[in-house]
Write a protein that binds this ligand. Sequence first.
Ligand code: AGP
Length: 666
Amino acid sequence: MSMLSIGGSALLLVPRNGLFVERDILRPIRRAPATLVGMCGIVGYVGNSSRRADAGHSALDVVLEGLRRLEYRGYDSAGVAVVADGTIAARKKSGKLTNLLAELESDPLPTSLTGIGHTRWATHGGPTDQNAHPHLADGGRLAMIHNGIIENFAELKQELLEKGVTFTSETDTEVAAALLGDIFRNQLNGESSNLTKAMQLACQRLEGAFTLLAVHADQPDVVVAARRNSPLVVGLGEGENFLGSDVSGFIDHTRRAVELGQDQIVTITADSVEITDFFGAPAQGKEYHVDWDPASAEKGGFSSFMEKEIHDQPDAVAQTLLGRSDLNGQLTLSELRIDPELLKKVDKIIVLACGTAAYAGLVAKYAIENWCRIPTEVELAHEFRYRDPIVDAKTLVVSISQSGETMDTLMAVRYAREQGAKTISICNTNGSTIPRESDAVLYTHAGPEIAVASTKAFLAQITAAYLLGLYLAQLRGNIFSGQIKDVLADLGKVPAKIQEILDGAGPLRELARSMKDEKSVLFLGRHVGFPVALEGALKLKEIAYIHAEGFAAGELKHGPIALIDEGQPVFVVVPSPRGRDSLHAKVVSNIQEIRARGARTLVIAEEGDETVRAYAEHVFYVPQTPTLLMPLLTTVPLQIFAAELAKAKGYDVDQPRNLAKSVTVE
Ligand code: AGP
């Protein structure tokens, strides 16, 4: 009998012949821990023979049902693998889950009680059958599925190639599978068939963010999984156990879940759950009861996908930064396949985008011009194309698009290429049209964004644009490596600062609810705060259907101040008072001007800025960060405000009227 402790105060006694949990004081977690960006849907299952008789409890039934539940995550391919008759049987198809179901119909899998399944949101390698998961290794006797990014996959792949391993896909996952297979077969020092041990050794080699699930034909009643910076939960059943990237994967079968901690490995059989760290020491999981209904489980317990995605933002920024700089703090944008010599000759940058993506471009302009000293224009794609713009071989066109399918942006990129410009796509959807038609792509890793109103993709777009600007500056020698290192270090602190804002948003939500009947809200910002003001206004328009307008604060006296009437709510995004040429004083006088005319001044300011208190009806503080990075923080309160106000009005926050997630018409 192995003794483990799960949940700190719960004792999970795992006798060989059964599984039971002896509870003392268990505090069920009402909401799952802060959501990690799940780019893919993951399901694992092991049941015992008594389950075989139960309808719907074959491994394939359970896994496919779980993938259906995870369908909301969006994906570009799907696959399953089962262990049966001493072999691994797997099927995988690009496209929607229905493509996989059709494949299974025409080419069925053998019955099994052990299986894994995956819906892919591609990061490395396009959405093809070959790149779909599961990936096989060890002569087809091992299958693996993965969510996340293996940062050091290139060096591991080289090591395995030198051992004679061959690969059929471009994915980092196949490298992880091959590593696990090699360890299982050749590095367990004669210890037979120990997939758990092999996974421990493999995880000691892997860097990055990953949830891995693996099955092996030599151990037909076991699924082994591992997690680092990527979601994984265990579902505890009777005579069966489950794994999922979130509880949606198994909520139809059990509501007893165990949250795994960082750098943990879990081995499930039909009757046991064993948790260790990456070095084999017994470890703890936290058991909790899932009290969500299936629909809210898909939203991680949040009231809408938009709320969930707002809370995904710390991870969306972190994942977009992951693996793009080396230990010396230098940018390593290996996926940016444009001749560095060409980039050194660029004498103009034009950013093309629409809507929120265009506001990300406006933020990027301030940073890129500051770091690279290259004139940077930001153009609404639908305007650019028809104004006979000046574009040549020394123009770098950077398109920004969450979907990668926005027709206005696509047509503008095509036009720019015809004029001889080099094009880079900043995009959140792997393998979509705009990246495919660009010279290079820098993917954001925000995970699927379901809500029509863009939130986490916006912050990820800004983050990717910063990385591009730093990369160009590094290439052209505009700024010293020390400064690049400092900016990257400041960026690395942003996810935790966003989390602070999310955790302290109660008063802001209260204000939003109190303002649900407002007819108009204005937003002011200056410098990088100006695009934030535009984005805050767009969010409110989009989901609360309230007239809202963003202005450059300096523009107020040139007309908009005429709009200020008694009680007119105005959000003001205030620059930091720190720094040499702070615009702080100018914006504070703007606040005074509108307050004198009766405006309700709602101020977003940085912690420690006491000056604004005297002129603000409400102040919402964000943690300090360098000015150019401020939009990653000052945007978040405006997103929360819009989502909470729209919810208070009873509107469909995720599917607002008249809008589509991707505008694929001109
Ligand atoms: C933003 O909340 C809107 N969904 C919309 O402005 C969007 O940003 C715009 O249509 C561009 O979409 P894309 O990023 O997919 O190209």
